[in-house]
Design a protein around this ligand. Structure first.
Ligand code: ME8
Length: 481
């Protein structure tokens, strides 16, 4: 028994921690919403690496389907040429945002197409796929069939577009046989959907109706992966897209499950929760693979209380954010603007205020003041060999309560600032040197913990503070705006 559990622990420790973002549609340039999910996932990836865990963190682009072909045509490009340009823009943005992903997967990669082909062959041979006819309301914006109950005033509320009535010969994927198993896995948190309100939402959806088999192919969409058993059809984009989560692990689509599966955390926006909690998980069950461990769902970014749109003119540009606030300023504003998981409302004014208050006047000011004062220490401050993170911070990070973890760090920063104002160490130097030494060393030790805790969130700033603590000097961290 003892031996067995030892082996188990060893194997658990060996599996890299696998984190994914959605793969974003290559139908347009990356925007703030994409950046939001990706930065959040990056924070968790960096935090895990700091604990010594091996991490695999993947993101990428979803490049097939009617919506993309439509857009390429509008721009007078062939679809491949069009998506090549978009994928490049995503990769460039991730570089600018200091995203530490290990893989950038594109669904037009040959390896991915091979996985999709092999999986479809397997599912077809197993009898999970059958030829049928599908009749429904299709929203090209969502690339999804809609139920009457999903529509508002006859339109898809997400795309403000009347769905097309479609009757088409289609290959179908069996869904119902796993409905009960799925409910049980969600209830028991084997598939842990967080925050809890999203778990409840999915459970009530799954308990409220019998799942319908889904259409797995399209006959009139040329821009896609042909079905291996009927080349007059192409693969439905969502099925194509989900398999990216296995392709990135180097899987070939036919041998044993990749060792790194299941994903530990899959980040998604609430708009794509239902498909991830149903179709994706049922695909996994058909393959005989375990379900996702945690599906972490977040709300949407709003601008001035409204959905961002070109018509309303309230789009917050991620490029402008980066120009104004820099990389770490942008990362900070994305993660501190609201409770992570909920919808988050941003306005340019509030972002500027927050940047100035928390970063320029708060953290930046504390660091520069205390480093200046530390020049008057007798004997240098030596950073300790390690830091002890507070347990509330660790708990927040474990629960992916990212904004709360950040709040804890900034509360500590404020306390250090207040302590400094109370103690007025600038009056103590040379007068009560002993007390001066104590005050400054306390604040420097605090800064060490602050820098370490900020590492996943603001990697560049954290590094600058850590270097400053060793060298006793620094340039200003943030320019006031
Ligand atoms: O759905 N606020 O791609 P997509 C916060 N290709 N996050 C937002 C957001 C907003 N306003 N807008 C978008 C797709 N997002 C599919 C996914 S995965 C197998 C296939 C983020 O380009 C959020 O993560 O429409 C959302 O779920 C995702 O971008 C949708 O990206």
């Amino acid at each position: 028994m003892v031996e067995e559990s030892k082996i188990y622990v060893y194997m658990e420790a060996k599996k890299p921690f696998f984190i994914t973002t959605p793969i974003y549609y290559a139908n347009g340039l990356p925007h703030i919403g994409h950046a939001y999910t990706t930065v959040a996932a990056d924070v968790v990836a960096r935090a895990k690496r700091l604990t010594g865990q091996e991490v695999i963190f993947s993101t990428g682009t979803d490049e097939h389907g009617a919506k993309i072909a439509e857009k390429a045509l509008l721009e007078g490009k062939n679809p491949q040429e069009f998506v090549d340009g978009i994928a490049k823009a995503f990769e460039e943005l991730w570089k600018r945002l200091d995203i530490s992903h290990d893989h950038f997967i594109r669904t037009t990669d040959a390896q991915h197409k091979n996985v999709v082909t092999n999986v479809l062959t397997f599912l077809y041979d197993k009898g999970a796929i059958y030829k049928g006819e599908y009749e429904g309301l299709y929203c090209v914006g969502c690339e999804q069939f809609k139920m009457e109950s999903d529509l508002v005033g006859g339109k898809c509320p997400d795309h403000n577009r009347i769905p097309e009535k479609m009757v088409e010969e289609s290959y179908m994927l069996k869904m119902t046989e796993y409905q009960e198993a799925l409910i049980q896995k969600i209830e028991s948190d084997e598939l842990c959907i967080r925050p809890v309100k999203y778990k409840k939402e999915i459970l009530s959806f799954l308990k409220g109706q019998k799942l319908e088999d889904i259409s797995l192919s399209r006959k009139n969409v040329a821009w896609g992966i042909p079905l291996p058993f009927d080349e007059t059809h192409t693969t439905y984009v969502w099925v194509d897209a989900f398999l990216n989560y296995l392709t990135v692990l180097g899987w070939d689509g036919k041998s044993e499950m990749p060792q790194t599966w299941p994903a530990d955390v899959q980040f998604i926006g609430k708009d794509i929760l239902r498909v991830h909690a149903t179709i994706w998980q049922i695909l996994l069950l058909h393959l005989g693979f375990p379900v996702t461990k945690t599906l972490f769902t977040h709300g949407h970014i709003l601008s001035g209380g409204k959905k961002m749109s070109k018509t309303l003119g309230n789009v917050i540009s991620i490029d402008e954010m980066l120009e104004t606030f820099g990389v770490d300023g942008t990362r900070y504003l994305l993660l501190s603007g609201g409770t992570f998981g909920e919808d988050m409302d941003l306005t340019p004014e509030r972002m500027k205020e927050k940047y100035n208050a928390d970063l320029a006047n708060g953290l930046g000011n504390l660091v520069s003041r205390v480093l200046k004062l530390s020049e008057r220490l007798q004997g240098r401050y030596e950073p300790g060999p390690g830091v002890a993170l507070s347990s509330p911070y660790i708990e927040c990070m474990e629960n992916i309560e990212l904004s709360q973890a950040l709040e804890l760090v900034f509360a500590r920063m404020k306390q250090a600032n207040e302590y400094m104002s109370q103690e007025e160490p600038w009056k103590l130097a040379g007068v009560d040197q002993e007390r001066f030494e104590k005050v400054i060393r306390v604040i420097l030790a605090d800064l060490e913990i602050i820098a370490f805790s900020l590492n996943p969130f603001l990697p560049e700033t954290a590094k600058k503070i850590q270097t400053a603590l060793r060298e006793g000097k620094t340039d200003p961290l943030f320019q006031r705006i």
